[in-house]
Design a binder for this molecule. Structure first.
Ligand code: PSU
Ligand code: MN
Length: 314
């Protein structure tokens, strides 16, 4: 299960793989994909660029090769240069690219930061199986009226890339997001605890459907899933480190304020997630930003360990 399928020729002209990632692919080394929406739309400059580089280093320190993914000049980039990272960190009009935006941004040669859904799809084209991020998109609060359900979830139903995230943020409806993942056959495993975490907090009020305590056990689960052709993703929820945890009641207060402000301003669709995240960050004096940075590094570490363990399974 460890051989990587070569990129089919028709797609190859749209993909540029960095020398570091190319070397890893050729030598069957463990690789961890990283997304770029978090750089362009998730954090302010210069912390976004500093964090992106630091997260890549955490992956390397834990024995894997980082592959940050974005779209530039009509190409999907798998592995960014320092200049690319600075560009995506500083440029104002970078597109937030989910699946439906991909062909437009590529054909128009626009700069695009990829969401979880688009990052997964491009990672899969390059044969990368493990992907670390902060939080995934999901079923929004009020989705029974708005039908706002992230394409991250539908992508997770079919694409064989496992995601390590700090759970689901409570800007979403966590219960409905868990239900949706059950419907589409995505196993949800929490690393090292029984409760499903909610990004800023290790608690959510929801029991995790599954729990595993070692990267090796998670790698074995992934092997079993994909060996059986049970296609799709696996969500590995990794709780935020205890020293950066935030009080759920305080976060909830900010989320309610953010939601009412979004409602007043008529913010909808793809703008809603970045708006809510920025509002919360601006209104917690950076405490949420520090938590965000800490948990992404922590996710990168576990992701690298899982990628190493997966490579060891024959
Ligand atoms: N949730 C977070 N942080 C993020 C995102 C979501 O806690 O940065 C970003 C990710 O890139 C995710 C995207 O894939 O937002 C989901 O956007 P939407 O809900 O529009 O699909
Ligand atoms: Mn949406």
């Amino acid at each position: 299960m460890n051989e990587r399928k070569p990129i089919i020729m028709t797609k190859k002209e749209y993909i540029i793989i960095s020398p570091e990632v190319q070397h890893a692919i050729e030598n069957n080394l463990p690789i961890v994909a990283l997304e770029s929406t978090i750089i362009s739309h998730g954090m302010p400059w210069p912390k976004n660029a500093i964090t992106a580089a630091a997260v890549e280093d955490v992956v390397r320190q834990n024995g894997a090769v980082p592959a940050t993914i974005a779209i530039r000049n009509g190409k999907c980039l798998v592995g960014l240069s320092k200049e690319d990272i600075d560009y995506f960190a500083q440029t104002k009009d970078v597109w937030k690219v989910s699946l439906r935006d991909m062909p437009y941004v590529i054909a128009q040669q626009l700069p695009g930061a990829t969401t979880v859904a688009a990052t997964m799809r491009i990672a899969a084209m390059a044969g990368i199986k493990i992907f670390a991020t902060g939080g995934i998109g999901g079923v929004h609060r009020g989705a029974e009226v708005t039908m706002d359900i992230s394409a991250d979830l539908t992508e997770m139903a079919t694409t064989n890339v496992a995601i390590i995230a700090a759970g689901v943020k409570s800007i979403l409806d966590i219960g409905l997001t868990l239900e949706y993942m059950e419907t589409i056959g995505v196993p949800v495993v929490t690393y090292g605890q029984d409760e499903f975490p909610s990004f800023y907090s290790s608690k959510s009020g929801f029991k995790s459907p599954l729990r595993l305590d070692t990267p090796k056990a998670i790698a074995q689960l992934l092997s079993a899933k994909w060996d059986l052709d049970l296609n799709g993703s696996l969500l590995i929820a990794n709780p935020v480190p205890a020293e950066f945890e935030m009080e759920p009641a305080i976060i909830e207060k900010h989320i309610l304020k953010a939601l009412s402000e979004a409602n007043e301003k008529g913010i909808k669709g793809k703008s809603i997630t970045p708006f809510l995240l920025k509002f919360i960050s601006d209104n917690t004096e950076g405490e949420s930003l520090e938590a965000n940075i800490a948990l992404i590094k922590n996710n990168a570490k576990i992701a690298a360990m899982i990628a190493v363990a997966l490579q060891g399974i024959k």
